[in-house]
Design a protein around this ligand. Structure first.
Ligand SMILES: [Zn+2]
Ligand SMILES: [Zn+2]
Length: 125
């Protein structure tokens, strides 16, 4: 009997599913990115840095309405941004969002955990 390790079919299938999902995502991104790169000059829309074949992977497609599924073929929703400016663009969006968290936190703090206990003690008097 050969002592070769048996191949686990489940692992192979999972690998294939992951690979296919990754491929589909890459193809979708490639389709609009490739089109955007054909449509626009390879220049960052913010810092005007120029790109060529050696570093074009640092040039990304930004969706102006932040909807990655909104890809009009005329490129009206796309903007080419370098990685750095693309990061900044999204950071800016986060910063302008209203800060709800501190208000939520203080509202939670007004809850008095011993209110029920006090009424229970009172009932025993
Ligand atoms: Zn830039
Ligand atoms: Zn973006």
């Amino acid at each position: 009997m050969p002592t070769r390790k048996p191949v686990n079919p489940d692992v192979n299938r999972l690998d294939r599913v992951v690979a296919e999902a990754r491929k589909a995502r890459d193809e979708r991104e490639d389709s609009y990115r490739g089109r955007a790169l054909r449509l626009f000059p390879w220049i960052c829309g913010r810092c005007a840095r120029e790109f060529d074949h050696t570093n074009v992977h640092e040039l990304t497609v930004h969706h102006k309405d932040h909807n990655h599924d909104h890809n009009p073929l005329d490129g009206s929703n796309w903007e080419l941004l370098c990685l750095y400016c693309h990061d900044n663009e999204h950071q800016r969006q986060l910063d302008t969002r209203p800060l709800t968290r501190p208000a939520e936190r203080s509202a939670g703090a007004t809850h008095a955990p011993f209110a029920d206990l006090a009424s229970l003690l009172k009932r025993d008097e």
